[in-house]
Write a protein that binds this ligand. Structure first.
Ligand SMILES: NC(=O)CC[C@H](N)C(=O)O
Length: 368
């Protein structure tokens, strides 16, 4: 057996010893777990995981390598990876590099040989916790002190969102896509439907957005606490009466906050590819991909113009809302999947239908 050469130390002093892969740097972040059986490439490159150390509960990670096609961003920014077994000899026709190679290039450390089941049970029991991946010669007590002295960053969205606007041209509806740390598969779903997209930074003003004459505005996923971007929330509040809006995950949370609802941090979040969600208007259940640590407070919807449309069948939390008077709606889960099942993909078609309705109404008004 090989000798342990790396450790994962949690903020409560728990030490997991394991084997190094990826970069040999030290990393501190929030430790979360993902239960997907596949999709580690999309997960490690999903900007919503910015700053987090991801534990994979599936026991073998890296077995189909890393390819050119499945990145959700070309600049992955997770802090680290914790796995039971890292596969160094992948087998897949699309594989270009090993997981180990890619993490080394990205300066992201990994640790293998960990009892990820025990770690996950701990997070489930006590909640999401800070952790450090470090070499074995580091004193765990010093690392615990370091964690106590280090606050998690508050500017997470600014760290990963685009700083400048850019067009992704098409011949269909004009969509302004507000980038809060966008997964590229959201853009892919819009362009697949012919949309003429302008991507704008998360802090674009209402004027900057409306100047594009949008048929609809889309708010993406993104990392961190949704209450950390009050300006964006104020902008969304101004947009809701003017134009159809569709939000995913962070976008959903911001629509709720802009409408007067509240958000809170979940004990350990939803991260995986098999979360059952019920549409309470149709009674239809979809198996969905999810990645979030915050949720919209169900009770707080009562004082708003939003109505609940979807709930999680695992824990009963809010999974979707729509506006009672305007063409605004949002989902907490990931209809773009990547990775995950495509059950919920039609949600994008609903956004297209809303834009069509909006345009037809405007035409009627012009002819009235
Ligand atoms: N994927 C997302 O957009 C996540 C939203 C938010 N950062 C959360 O953790 O709840």
């Amino acid at each position: 057996m090989y000798k342990f050469n790396r450790q994962l130390v949690l903020a409560d002093g728990t030490v997991f010893k394991g084997y190094a892969f990826g970069a040999s740097t030290q990393a501190l972040g929030e430790v979360v777990f993902n239960t997907g059986m596949t999709g580690y490439q999309e997960t490690l490159s999903d900007p919503s995981y910015n700053g987090q150390i991801i534990t994979f509960t599936y026991p073998l990670i890296g077995n189909y390598g890393i390819n050119r096609f499945d990145y959700e961003t070309i600049n992955p920014s997770i802090k680290g990876m914790v796995v039971r077994e890292a596969c160094h000899k992948p087998s897949n026709f699309r594989s270009g590099k090993t997981l180990d190679q890619v993490l080394s290039e990205l300066n992201i450390p990994g640790i293998s040989g960990i009892d990820t089941r025990a770690l996950t049970r701990k997070i489930r029991a006590f909640g999401t916790i800070k952790g450090v991946i470090a070499n074995l010669d580091q004193d765990p007590q010093e690392l615990v002190a370091l964690m106590q002295a280090t606050d998690l960053p508050q500017d997470q969205i600014a760290q990963v969102a685009t700083k400048t606007s850019y067009p992704v041209t098409g011949r269909g509806y004009r969509v302004v896509l507000v980038d809060l740390g966008m997964k590229s598969s959201i853009l892919r779903e819009l362009t697949a439907r012919g949309c003429d997209v302008v991507v704008v930074p998360f802090d674009a003003s209402e004027e900057e957005i409306m100047r594009q004459n949008p048929d609809g505005v889309m708010l993406t996923n993104g990392p961190g606490d949704p209450t950390s971007v009050p300006q964006t929330i104020a902008t969304i509040a101004k947009l809701i009466p003017q134009v159809p809006i569709f939000g995913i995950c962070m976008g959903h949370q911001l629509i709720a906050l802009a409408s007067g609802a509240k958000t809170y941090k979940l004990k350990f979040g939803h991260r995986g590819a098999n979360h059952p969600v019920k549409n309470i208007l149709t009674n239809k259940v979809s198996i969905t991909s999810q990645n979030h640590g915050y949720a919209v407070d169900l009770d707080s919807l009562a004082n708003t113009d939003l109505e609940l449309t979807h709930i999680s069948l695992n824990d009963g939390t809010c999974e979707g809302v729509r506006h009672k008077n305007f063409l605004t709606f949002s989902v907490q889960y990931h209809p773009e999947a990547a990775p995950g099942p495509h059950d919920a993909n039609e949600v994008f078609d609903q956004f297209i239908a809303n834009m069509e309705e909006f345009i037809n109404k405007n035409k009627e008004l012009q002819h009235a």
